[in-house]
Design a protein around this ligand. Sequence first.
Ligand code: HMG
Ligand code: MG
Length: 313
Amino acid sequence: MTARDLGLPVRVPGDDLPAAVTVWEVGPRDGLQNETAVVPVAVKLEFLDRLADAGLTTIEATSFVHPKWVPQLADAEELLAGLSKRDGVRYPVLVPNERGLDRALAAGVRHIAIFASATETFASRNLNRTLDSQMEMFDPVVSRAVAEGMDVRGYVSMCFGDPWEGAVDPAAVVSVGQRLLDMGCSQLSLGDTIGVATAGQVAALLSAFAAAGTAMSALAVHFHDTYGQALANTLAALRHGVTTVDSSAGGLGGCPYAESATGNLATEDLVWLLDGLGVDTGVDLDKLADTSAWLAGELGRPSPSRVVRALRG
Ligand code: HMG
Ligand code: MG
């Protein structure tokens, strides 16, 4: 018998929280980009299908980046050709440049995400660009995508700390984020790429965006869980009015170009918290934990998610 069979977690609604949260599932992209072995397309397709079965409605499917930079996602075309898209489910993909946009358009993609860095060093390591030239790369991508009627999300990485530069100034993050919104991005996802943020820092960054005139509805948070702070940071963001949270089934994830990046906040850990707080996500925790346990078997190692291990370990 598991805790779920006993009716746990107990629901005690919080009065300073949103009624519902959109979970932006990044497991197939952020999770699988960081695996040492390339996962077969058939396994990726089953993963995507099972995530939709578990009630996830935004599933970041893959990246149209240079295949030599991220060989784990070099099968993006094959993956999208094999994907049975569900009504009511969005399948955004990462696109860094016009070559990536051409590939995404040819594959029938409707939602893309560009991904900027708040720091000079990570812009160079992850995109082979400077802080300014990353914007020159993104500008035509966003304008063409918007003209095609696509939805464009903008990621900002290294929002809190950077493995080469240390603490990151919130003003630098707001400046990069505002440029992405001005370009035409509909939403910003604020990335703690190496998982070093703490809750007070999250509140301070969100306040800095609010002071610059950014609506909290235009922001999402993207926490990696290296120091075990992702859930606390998420709660701080929800209390600040954010209602979109990125997470990865089973807690997979990391960035091959960021030293010390570990897995994302696990979707199961997030849903356990939100179920307990009476915040609706539409996600079926049992189906999701089954999916992550199945994927852990395919990957040959246990899920890093505490909730998956507690429920299915
Ligand atoms: P570059 O070497 O500067 O590329 O890489 P380039 O523009 O000089 O082009 C060189 C060649 O690559 C050309 O071919 C291009 O056509 C080709 P040639 O003419 O020489 O034959 N090329 C491409 N081919 C296929 N697809 C493409 C593409 N682009 C160029 N899209 C580039 C620049 C941006 C492409 C490279 O740096 C890159 O692919 N970087 C991606 C790195 C990445 O995916 N990192 C992980 C995702 S970010 C992340 O995980 C953080 C996040 O989760 C948030 C958080 O946690 O903070 C989002
Ligand atoms: Mg990430």
